[in-house]
Write a protein that binds this ligand. Structure first.
Ligand code: ADP
Length: 256
């Protein structure tokens, strides 16, 4: 609470009381804590790849580069870490655009079959490399009002996660259904699953169940925060169900 006080005087100018106003500032305080956490997280996430790029490039500069094999290995790490920085910055820009008060959706009629046809090629290679089958479970074709780029980003993030967190030779299934007032899209995988107690937190920025695993697969920890934002801008809903070592399903509901 923040307290503001003021004395009350009587007609002879003698203090006869005090008014105390208590302001509940817990929401403000919480926002402030979240903002500080976010800045600390971003700084940490940027620092890790930069430290590694600097370390390996300095070693290369000091070295006489006789051992071509080692030089190649170090350059590989530098390349990988700069890619990580690039995706992190890209995701941060996307989030900041979405959080901008005037961010608006460009609504057009989106066809679900076209949407899936656009999304699959982006991730096909990644799936093939792990021997993961990308399956389209039903071919119902529905038109609904949405922001095409936003919805594509949602699907790409969910399918990319499904591939990342599914061991090789697994399956990722996409499904589209028309319900009474909603278009229901599903992304289902046969992956590692998410522990029940972690489920409520996975949409938070930078929250990862397993930091090392997320990093190894190129994750920024921002994918689901972006997904949730876009879904909410559409006045839609996202739900997740998961079983450890069996798989995870994300359900998206968009108003018709
Ligand atoms: P990341 O870049 O780490 O994948 P996300 O915001 O996309 O970040 O996801 C947050 C975390 O949720 C991930 O680090 C992972 O632990 C968990 N997660 C997301 N999708 C899946 C999935 N399909 N299967 C298992 N875990 C998942």
């Amino acid at each position: 609470f923040e307290i503001v006080s003021a004395p009350i005087f009587d007609e002879r100018n003698i203090i006869k009381g005090v008014v105390l106003v208590l302001y509940d500032i817990s929401d403000l305080k919480q926002l402030e804590v979240m903002r500080k956490d976010f800045v600390a997280n971003v700084s940490h996430e940027l620092k890790t790849p930069i430290t590694s790029i600097r370390g390996f490039s300095e070693t290369l500069l000091d070295d006489d580069l006789k051992d071509k094999e080692i030089a190649r290995q170090f350059l590989g790490i530098i390349n990988e870490e700069s890619r990580r920085l690039q995706s992190l910055i890209q995701d941060l820009l996307t989030l900041s655009k979405l959080e901008n008060e005037d961010s608006k959706l460009e609504l057009t009629l989106v066809n679900t079959r076209k949407l899936i046809d656009d999304v699959i090629p982006v991730l096909k290679q990644q799936a093939d490399q792990k021997g993961i089958q990308l399956i389209i479970d039903n071919d119902s074709e529905i038109d609904f009002l949405a922001d095409l780029n936003g919805i594509k980003q949602v699907m790409i993030n969910l399918v990319a996660n499904a591939i990342n967190y599914t061991p090789k030779d697994g399956r990722v299934t996409l499904n589209v259904k028309e319900e009474q007032d909603f278009i229901h899209l599903c992304v289902k995988d046969t992956g590692i699953g998410i522990p029940k107690e972690e489920l409520p937190r996975i949409f938070e920025r930078f929250y990862r169940v397993d930091k090392a695993r997320s990093r190894n697969t190129g994750g920024t920890g921002l994918g689901l925060a972006i997904v949730k934002h876009i879904v909410e801008l559409h006045k839609g809903m996202i739900e997740v169900e998961s079983e450890l070592n069996t798989g995870t399903t994300f359900h998206l509901y968009f108003p018709k």
